[in-house]
Design a protein around this ligand. Structure first.
Ligand code: SAM
Ligand code: SF4
Length: 402
């Protein structure tokens, strides 16, 4: 049985307002509370006790007056938002086993933010201190007007615009057009270098060769620094850490390993499939000794390492994004806007705030800015993945924007 198969069809559909979303069975699976092999700390992994859905349209309380007056997005734990992730579509041509079920339902097109709405929200976010925007999805390259979005962002803001993609639809022409429009850099996901495994993992007709070609084309078009992302799943692709790390050396890029998070739409995540960053690093170091870089920004999601046998200034690096074993919530500077216009203060939020309604009912820029300040104020202190009360978020990664 493949990861994810067990859970296909295990959910049920529930109406929330006009939109249909998948919710877990009330008796959804529990995972053994045990410390997985290679875990860095003495924590217990979560039990999924069933999703407590909260109304998503309950009134958003105003942040304190002094916070609103500061015109910055700060939360009640003292963190300031600098990075905005905007999901421009919840659709995808892949069905990665750790992300999206084959029978996933997409949001109706009219609920998705338009190009103008995306650009307006971005400009307001910049006025509130955002410095970087990452366009994500779903698969953002499926958006028919991606070039217009990039052009709009470059025209209306001075923020750095980055894109994350599965690279299956890249072409030299599109990359050049996006670069000309103002795209600064690209992150590309690649989880396996073996064609059969890649096909089973992504449940797509694409191939590792296609992704590798996309990496080369992105470098040629100077959409740099190009970063690569992989999620390792035990018993699936966890034996490829070294080969994937070697990609960093071949292409002179950063290869980042993301710990598998309980954000899959199948709710099939469990500790037995999870591979810690420490374990992955150990496997790589047996072949390629690594040394920690000392230039990571405190708010960065990745802890980066360079190869000891390469020059100090080599761009070839390995990064570990370890939200499960080593949460980095304390320095979080990120806020997310979903494709249907909800503000999600955290990947793992169970409450999100509907920005689309005020956007479409005549709110001024100042009112929308207040809304984003208020929503940020509610940001939770941490994701709580490792706490017993953890609730698997309703939206999968593909519908949030990773
Ligand atoms: N479709 C694009 C892609 O795959 O690069 C962009 C969207 S995807 C949701 C963004 C990133 O989230 C990818 O690097 C993917 O590997 C990661 N991701 C998705 N589900 C995940 C999960 N359950 N745990 C950890 N990372 C996940
Ligand atoms: Fe699509 Fe990206 Fe999710 Fe894979 S990880 S299903 S490519 S959105």
């Amino acid at each position: 049985m493949e990861l994810g198969d067990e859970a296909v069809g295990a959910g049920r559909l529930t109406e929330i307002g006009a939109e249909r979303v998948r919710t877990p069975m009330q008796d959804s699976r529990t995972v053994p509370v045990s410390r997985p092999a290679g875990a860095g700390g003495g924590f217990a992994l979560p039990q999924f006790a069933g999703q407590a859905l909260r109304p998503q349209d309950r009134a958003l309380a105003p942040a304190p007056e002094y916070v609103r007056a500061g015109r910055r997005m700060v939360d009640s734990h003292g963190r300031t938002i600098r990075d905005l992730r905007i999901s421009i579509t919840d659709r995808c041509n892949f069905r990665c086993v750790y992300c999206m079920e084959p029978d996933v339902r997409f949001a109706p097109p009219e609920t998705l933010l338009t190009v103008d709405e995306i650009v307006r929200v971005a400009a307001i976010a910049e006025s509130l201190g955002v410095r970087k925007i990452r366009l994500t999805g779903g698969e953002p390259t499926l958006h028919p007007r991606l070039a217009d979005i990039i052009t709009g962002l470059a025209g209306a803001t001075d923020v750095e615009v980055a894109l994350i993609t599965n690279a299956s639809l890249l072409s030299r022409d599109s990359l050049r057009a996006w670069k000309d429009a103002g795209l600064a850099r690209l992150t590309i996901s690649i989880d396996s270098l073996r064609p059969d495994r890649f096909a089973r993992l992504t449940r797509s007709t694409s191939s590792p060769a296609q992704v590798i070609e996309g990496v080369q084309m992105s470098l040629d078009e100077r959409l740099t620094p190009v970063k690569l992302n992989a999620v390792l799943i035990r018993g699936f692709n966890d034996d490829e850490a070294v080969e994937l790390a070697a990609l960093a050396r071949t292409f002179g890029v950063e290869m980042r390993f993301i710990e598998y998070m309980p954000l899959d739409s199948a709710h099939a995540w469990d500790s037995s499939k999870w591979v810690s960053a420490a374990e992955t690093r150990g496997a790589i170091e047996r072949v390629f000794p690594l040394i920690a870089c000392d230039d990571d920004e405190p708010s960065s999601t990745a802890r980066t390492f360079r190869f000891t046998d390469l020059p100090n200034d080599s761009p070839a690096r390995v990064g570990f994004i370890a939200p499960v074993s080593t949460p980095f919530c304390g320095a979080c500077s990120r806020l997310r806007i979903t494709a249907d216009g909800k503000v999600r203060p955290c990947l793992f939020s169970t409450t999100e705030w509907d920005l689309r309604s005020p956007l479409r009912s005549g709110a001024t820029d100042d009112e929308l800015a207040d809304f984003m300040i208020d929503a940020t104020w509610t940001k939770q202190p941490g994701h709580g993945i490792t706490s017993h009360g953890f609730v698997h978020p309703e939206r999968p990664m593909s519908a949030i924007g990773g």
